[in-house]
Design a protein around this ligand. Structure first.
Ligand code: NAD
Length: 392
């Protein structure tokens, strides 16, 4: 369990390329890196293609304007001159820029966190592997859900043989937000996703199924894939030669088989990622929409639902735990909202803006008092043998 105390001597000096105000993914990176304030410290950014917006955005994040840069090249050059320059860089730009920025970052002697899919070609990956080794630096890829603790429990149970011999790996990552093609021309974040020069060889195979593929590798202890057979199509024809739907059959070394369905035209679906591993004795199934639960089904026995943060889970799984079993993962979002609203309320109070304060919704002193009233009234009622008592 970790509850925010430092795990390394000092926070690493961290910067971002991309991930600016209009980006889809930037906030998730800052949320991941900065939650505990003990592992990473944000020192610089080339957040945006629009430099004015980068500066404005960075200032609003409380950053030193001198360390907000017009582009990544300038950032790497200028930071290298500082005694406390950036050490780790995060690359959250559209896909086609990953290769050049990762290369420049490694050459500048930085560790790298890069978005998926990493590059267009395997050869580029091998080249960067060599460069990273030469420079003594590490590269991490942000498959967002792969930090979910229960994937480590799956990995443990597969390794311990609790499923028997693995026969099938059934994977799915679909949503329906691509049904309406308007986004392809109207949304900045979608335009590059349907342009082969910017997104690479694929749309949903890269955008969605790379996540699930890695997570399945994690859960199966890196079961080696021998062959794949893919059928892909663009139901929104303008996306051709890219796909908005694909089915993939998988053959693993050792005889196991698998399948992946990935799609952004799965109408009516919000976001469903499912990993099911079927062995000769039992199966495991995990859904990203409910990451707190892992379903364990042994043939001939009642099915079990395993819940995050319990002692029956493996040590690796519980080591990544922060909240405890009674609190679901989404609780951290809720806590952050409470703190944000209270900061805004304090600010309004300090400025004498009573009108704003009046309309703010957060659990204030009155709600605290109501909580005490609730307890008192309930206790009084129970102590009197379960009778009606006034609440006020
Ligand atoms: P986006 O188009 O919404 O945002 C891209 C951002 O990068 C913008 O702020 C843009 O101004 C900035 N940018 C572009 N080129 C730049 C450059 N050369 N220098 C500095 N800034 C630059 O894209 P997005 O949806 O946020 O996707 C970005 C990357 O993140 C993609 O590789 C995508 O596949 C990945 N992604 C990952 C997840 C995940 O869950 N891991 C989720 C969404 C997107």
């Amino acid at each position: 369990m970790h509850i925010g105390e430092k795990i390394i001597d000092r926070p690493l000096r961290w910067g971002m390329v991309g991930g600016g105000r209009t980006s889809n993914v930037g906030y998730k990176h800052r949320l991941g890196a900065l939650r505990d304030n003990t592992a990473f410290q944000m020192v610089c950014g080339a957040f945006d293609l629009d430099y004015e917006r980068c500066i404005d955005f960075g200032k609003n994040l409380g950053m030193d304007p001198k360390r907000l840069y017009p582009d990544y090249k300038t950032m790497f050059e200028e930071e290298a001159k500082l005694p406390d320059g950036v050490e780790v860089v995060d690359i959250a730009t559209p896909n086609f820029q990953h290769y050049e920025v990762v290369k420049a970052a490694l050459e500048a002697g930085l560790h790298v966190i890069c978005e998926k899919p990493l590059f267009f070609e395997v050869e580029q990956g091998l080249e960067m592997q060599k460069l990273a080794e030469e420079k003594g630096k590490l590269v991490c890829v942000t498959y967002g859900f792969s930090g979910s603790q229960l994937l480590l429990q799956m990995r443990h149970m597969v390794k311990e043989g609790m499923l028997g011999k693995i026969h099938m790996v059934d994977l799915k990552y679909t949503h329906g937000y691509g049904c309406d093609p308007k986004g392809d021309v109207q949304s900045e974040g979608q335009k590059w996703r349907v342009d082969p020069t910017k997104v690479g060889k694929s749309f949903v195979l890269g955008d969605l199924s790379t996540h699930t593929f890695y997570e399945s590798q994690l859960a199966t202890n890196d079961m080696k894939v021998k062959q794949v057979l893919c059928d892909r199509q663009a139901f929104v024809g303008s996306r051709y030669p890219l796909e908005d739907n694909a089915y993939v059959l998988i053959r693993y070394e050792g005889g196991a088989v698998g399948r992946m369905w990935t799609s952004c035209v799965d109408a009516g679906t919000i976001d469903t990622q499912v990993i099911r591993i079927v062995g000769s004795k039992a199966s495991l199934e995990w859904h990203d929409a409910n990451p707190n639960l892992l379903y364990y089904q042994e043939q001939g026995k009642p099915a079990q639902t395993m819940v995050r943060a319990n002692d029956y889970l493996c040590d690796e799984c519980n080591a990544d735990e922060s909240l405890g079993a009674t609190h679901i993962e989404g609780l951290s979002e809720s806590w952050a909202n409470i703190y944000l609203k209270f900061a805004a309320a304090i600010d309004a109070k300090n400025r004498g803006d009573e009108e704003k304060l009046k309309n703010m919704v957060y659990p204030d002193l009155q709600h605290g008092i109501d909580g005490i009233r609730w307890i008192s009234a309930c206790a009084k009622s129970a102590d009197q043998g379960g009778v009606w008592v006034d609440f006020a």
